[in-house]
Design a protein around this ligand. Structure first.
Ligand SMILES: CCc1ccncc1CNCCCCSC[C@H]1O[C@@H](n2ccc3c(N)ncnc32)[C@H](O)[C@@H]1O
Length: 696
């Protein structure tokens, strides 16, 4: 559609969503990571010079590692790629770099490859980077077990190593990986995985029983949750505090088929990690060193200036630790995921601390072992896992519940509305009672303050278990059963939700959920608002009534690195950028603007106003003049919103406690500016999607 009509807004909007899905953003990060590319190239060159003549690149992506092998002089290069989009991209890239006839690319998962159908003979080198932040999440162990059995020449046995040339034996790049973990205290992780308040918006949540996030590294591998989430620790607002030293969890040798086969059957290993700092454990952070060959490795650690994320295992129970304690961890590779969890704390506090006693203890005959054992056991804090029956909410929903500022603002605005109705129309009120429709396609709606007489709230919730949770909360908080009516809105068409009620049932308040967690405005927001306006009774209000879009000019190389490959230099001189950059998306979502490495080139300015109550105030485009107060290169325009519940009560989506992220418009061509310049931005708003072009 875009090829036919490049500026067709719906197609543009859909393309952005599709492109983000088809080509994951880390492809850009990876290809721009010149250090990583050079390390792989060096390891491949060594292996080929060492005698590996035939190479298979598993998970070739754009084909860069296969091209390294071909350029290093390998005589046979094969590559396989399971994603159709990436496979087609790799074919374009390889032929554009003149290697179409020397690299054979298969649109196949390596596990489905056979000899001689797919490749004529076993290869002497497999190169792959099918790893995620938790190392095993892309199935590298399963892929390599299969590769050793069916695609690779046998590994060198000890005498082989001395005698035959490596071309008769097989090897893998990376050769292995070492996994590390440490315990951290981090508020940003906590507020996304654990309820930090027992009451929200005047509702006592404790009544609902345990509420937990989707990430759970529990004993039973219940499929409803993921074992870990990922974060770039160096970019988390508020940072983190390391409570333990990093500890070495395990080493995996990818050149040892027997070890790989035994990995998922191996018993969990128990680790005792010294605590170096007092605090409550919020999560375990896991990263790894990828040993490409003996002396060449890539680290994904939080303190390296690496572009990679770390694996985060939130700790559900409350472990508070003190310097000198030992944290007990358990690590295993069951069902091909790396699982790390806290199993207890060996508190040092129970053994006498004072130095004199320690000296005495060390000089006297060994103290009585029973005493030592029972004091150690007494110090062993272990906690019951949260029962699996607890309610599971998304991380963003937990962060929403923890966003007390948002709930307070909402209550304030609602209370004003109810007092308005209470005072203005006593006669009408009696027979029909206050009809208040809460249309919040978000999970969470606040029960209006029902103390002010009969309020009927109708909520459209998307998920059954949210309805169950709300009903439970209503009952436990004295909200009468029939004061709250639900229907299950269906994501695809909200019209069912907005169907016009019979005439007497007009609404006094309609709540719209306007902003997606990723920071985009919801699709068809203005259409929903105009539909909702027809459903209001006299004096009825829409919440929010207005959204003001703010933005500023920034110079951020980090945003460029995540959105497009910057030329051929980062990719070892191979011409890859024009092909992968077809999937560049001019809107960067899930941005955490508070920790983005960037230079602010202007003050924040008001870009656009959306009036949800009075449609005549709306327009579709606007020119905004922005004064440059710092010289630099404008590469992006971050955007956030001030959401006005009513004329005074406002919630910003760019606050430390906000459960929303921000977005950024990436300029097609960076604009060099000097302090004192004025930049004119043409801001278009169409079908809830914003586009901004900078004019000198
Ligand atoms: C320092 C590395 C690092 C550290 C931490 N975080 C991220 C990274 C960077 N690695 C990200 C790559 C991760 C994606 S894997 C790359 C490509 O390979 C494909 N695939 C995956 C398995 C597979 C298979 N068995 N057979 C054929 N194809 C396969 C995927 O379809 C994808 O296009």
């Amino acid at each position: 559609a875009l090829k036919l009509k490049p500026d067709f807004p719906e197609a543009k909007e859909n393309f952005y969503r599709v492109a983000n899905w088809l080509v994951e953003r880390w492809h850009f990060l990876m290809l721009n990571d010149n250090r990583r590319n050079r390390k792989y190239q060096l390891a491949i060159e060594r292996a080929v010079q060492d005698g590996c003549r035939s190479v298979l690149d598993i998970g070739t992506g754009t084909g860069i590692l296969g091209m390294c092998a071909q350029k290093a002089g390998a005589s046979e290069v094969y590559a396989c790629e399971l994603s159709k989009t990436m496979y087609e991209l790799a074919c374009e890239v390889v032929s554009a770099n003149g290697m179409a006839d020397t690299i054979k690319i298969l649109h196949k998962k390596s596990l489905d490859m056979e000899i001689p159908r797919d490749i004529p003979n076993r290869v002497s080198l497999v190169v792959t980077e099918t790893v995620d932040a938790g190392l095993l999440g892309e199935g590298i162990v399963e892929s390599l077990i299969h590769a050793w059995k069916h695609l690779l020449l046998p590994p060198p046995t000890s005498e082989d190593a001395r005698l035959s040339s490596p071309s008769q034996t097989g090897r893998v790049i990376p050769a292995g990986a070492t996994v590390f973990a440490m315990a951290v205290k981090c508020h940003e992780i906590r507020r996304h995985h654990r309820l930090c308040a027992s009451a929200v918006g005047g509702l006592n949540l404790a009544a609902a029983g345990p509420i937990r996030g989707p990430v759970r590294c529990s004993g039973d591998a219940d499929e409803s949750s993921e074992p870990y989430t990922t974060e770039r620790l160096s970019r988390l607002p508020g940072g983190f505090t390391a409570l333990t030293e990093p500890c070495r969890v395990m080493h995996i040798d990818f050149n040892n088929p027997q070890e790989l086969e035994g990995l998922t059957l191996k018993e969990a290993s128990q680790l005792h990690v010294p605590v170096v700092q007092d605090g409550d454990v919020d999560a375990l952070v896991v990263w790894f060193e990828l040993h490409l060959d003996q002396d060449n490795s890539i680290s994904t650690g939080p303190d390296e200036d690496t572009c990679w994320e770390q694996a985060i295992y939130p700790v559900p129970s409350h472990y508070s630790v003190k310097r000198g304690d030992e944290l007990l961890l358990e690590a295993s590779c069951r069902d091909a995921y790396l699982r790390v969890s806290c199993t207890g704390v060996m508190s040092s506090r129970l053994t006498p601390h004072s130095s004199s006693m320690d000296e005495a203890a060390s000089t006297e005959a060994p103290s009585n072992p029973e005493l030592e054992l029972c004091s150690a056991l007494a110090g062993l804090q272990t906690h019951q896992e949260i029962p699996a029956s607890s309610f599971v909410l998304e991380c963003s929903e937990i962060a929403l519940l923890n966003n007390t500022n948002y709930h307070e603002c909402f209550r304030k605005a609602m209370a004003k509305l109810f007092s308005f109705f209470g005072s203005h129309k006593p006669e009408v009120r009696q027979e029909s009672g206050k009809q208040c429709q809460i249309i919040a396609t978000a999970v969470w709606v606040r029960m209006p303050d029902v103390s002010e007489g009969p309020v009927r709230a109708y909520s459209s919730v998307e998920k059954q278990h949210h309805q169950a949770l709300l009903q439970l909360l209503a009952r436990e908080n004295g909200v009468h059963e029939d004061a709250l009516e639900f229907w299950l809105s269906h994501v695809e068409d909200d019209s069912a939700v907005l169907q016009r009620p019979d005439s007497e049932k007009l609404w006094s308040a309609i709540v719209l959920d306007c902003v997606e967690i990723c920071g985009l405005l919801r699709q068809n927001l203005m259409e929903k608002a105009s539909l909702a306006r027809c459903l209001l009774e006299e004096g009825g209000r829409i919440f929010p009534e207005r959204i003001v879009i703010h933005g500023m000019l920034v110079d951020s190389d980090a945003l460029l690195q995540e959105s497009a490959v910057q030329g051929t230099e980062p990719t070892l001189g191979f011409n890859i950028a024009p092909f992968i950059n077809q999937f560049t998306v001019p809107i960067h979502v899930f941005l955490d603007l508070s920790t983005l490495e960037c230079t602010h080139l202007s003050d924040p300015v008001q870009m656009f106003v959306l009036d949800l109550m009075t449609s005549t105030n709306n327009y579709s485009n606007r020119d905004v003049r922005v004064r440059v107060n710092t010289s630099g290169r404008v590469t992006a325009i971050p955007l956030w919103y001030h959401i006005y519940m009513d004329s005074e009560v406002c919630v910003s989506t760019f606050r430390p406690d906000s459960h929303w992220k921000q977005v950024a418009v990436i300029l097609q061509r960076p604009l060099v500016v000097n302090a004192g310049d004025w930049v004119r931005l043409s801001v278009q708003f169409h079908k809830s999607s914003i586009s901004i072009t900078a004019i000198r």
